[in-house]
Design a protein around this ligand. Structure first.
Ligand SMILES: Cc1cc2nc3c(=O)[nH]c(=O)nc-3n(C[C@H](O)[C@H](O)[C@H](O)COP(=O)(O)O)c2cc1C
Length: 391
């Protein structure tokens, strides 16, 4: 059914035969969706989803850094039963893998955020809806039950922010994910070259009717101009207090990369921290999130949960993040690429593959529950040498 909908949508290319044949091959890992999505989506849209900032060093490093962390598996442990369940902000979920906010999902597939919400609910995990969704908080809530978080960009006009937060509360969203790494948009050069705009038939539904201007043609990336016009560059820690004063919802700060900021976040009373470099789309040459994670975890002294996103493509990546102290991870691009290729079914498959890979990684490492995953199950390049030690 999703395939027919794709064919009907005017913003999609006619599918190439290469795409059709590739699609018939069995997909065995989440990374394979990217090449198929590239085949299928208009260049401007694929580039928007795929790209990072400037030299894209951090984009590559988000993946490469995972590959430098190795396992120290334990053997002869009865792993006939493995439990992947966990609790996030009091909500029990099926696995420590959740969905990060990614903007404008209807560019990938006509079902957009609806498909994401349904796939997340079916998998028993959490979806984060972007402020810049092409579906509104009410529309996503209408898909049925499911634990959902709302990602917030703070606009200059605070009345708009207050209204939006209230709408998210009313629509049953359970937490606010405050993105703190975007006072301005990072330079994504393909968006500048492509003069990125939101296709005519779509809009940022949360802001419909607010007369904020559209993501229109400029001689730059349309999104960069929009952000410069609307997003509040003066945002500071005092605004976290302000946000706490307007909503009872727990607040997660997304975009922390240093111990210094982790300490301030804890002092500010946030409910959790997401170690994120925005999928390498903001400041280039920041470290991979998996490299920054441990200092943030240490700085919080475990007073709040710490999550990670950025480059998570394998169950082994999830395990490594947990071993370094994360309480869970979020995935961004794997969702939009699998959505583009196969709608809700694609995202379901992405979540299932990551679930199964994590389960297998745990079994092969001798861990029966997430609590059994320890720092000693991995070796990171920054660890002191073990040879000669008394371990
Ligand atoms: C296409 C795209 C759109 C994104 N939109 C948002 C957004 O609206 N708000 C936000 O806080 N982060 C946004 N992000 C960042 C993601 O939430 C997340 O940090 C990142 O995608 C994780 O890295 P990964 O894509 O390697 O999994 C976006 C990322 C991508 C790739």
């Amino acid at each position: 059914m999703s395939v027919d909908l794709i064919a009907l949508n005017p913003i999609f290319n006619t599918r190439s035969s290469k795409f059709d044949s590739a699609r018939k091959m069995e997909i065995t890992n989440v990374m394979e969706y990217e090449a198929l999505a590239k085949e299928k989506l208009p260049k401007m849209i694929y580039d928007y989803y795929a790209s990072g900032a400037e030299d894209q060093w951090t984009l590559k490093e988000n993946r490469n850094a995972f590959s430098r962390i190795l396992f120290r598996p334990r053997i002869l442990i009865d792993v006939s039963k493995i439990d992947l369940t966990t609790t996030v902000l009091g909500f029990k979920i099926s696995m420590p893998i959740m969905i990060a906010p990614t903007a404008m999902q209807k560019m990938a597939h006509p079902d957009g955020e609806y498909a994401t919400a349904r796939a997340a609910a079916a998998a028993g995990t959490i979806m984060t809806l972007s402020s810049w969704g092409t579906s509104s908080v009410e529309e996503v809530a209408s898909t049925g039950p499911g634990v959902r978080f709302f990602q917030l960009y703070v606009y200059k006009d605070r009345n708009i922010v207050t209204q939006l937060v209230k709408r998210a509360e009313k629509a049953g969203f359970k937490a606010i994910v405050l993105t703190v790494d975007t006072p301005r948009l990072g330079r994504r050069e393909s968006d500048i070259k492509n003069r990125f705009i939101l296709p005519q038939n779509l809009s940022l539904r949360n802001f419909d009717g607010l007369n904020l201007g559209k993501l229109d043609k400029t001689d730059d990336s349309g999104l960069a101009s929009y952000v410069a016009g609307q997003v509040d560059r003066s945002l500071s820690w005092k605004d976290v207090k302000w946000l706490q004063s307007i909503t009872p919802l727990p607040i997660l700060v997304k975009g922390v990369l240093t111990a210094e900021d982790a300490r301030i976040a804890v002092q500010s009373g946030v409910a959790g921290i997401i170690v994120s470099n925005h999928g390498a789309r903001q400041l280039d040459y920041v470290p991979a999130t998996i490299v920054a994670l441990e200092e943030v975890v240490e700085a919080t002294q475990r007073r709040v949960p710490v999550f990670l996103d950025g480059g998570v493509r394998r169950g082994t990546d999830v395990f490594k993040a947990l071993a370094l102290g994360a309480s869970g991870v979020f995935i961004g691009r794997p969702v939009v690429f699998s959505l583009a290729v196969d709608g809700e079914a694609g995202i379901r498959k992405t979540l299932q593959m990551l679930h199964d890979e994590l389960e297998l990684t745990m079994a092969l490492s001798g861990c029966r529950s997430l609590a059994e995953i320890t720092r000693n199950h991995i070796a990171a390049p920054w660890d002191p040498p073990r040879v000669g030690s008394k371990l």
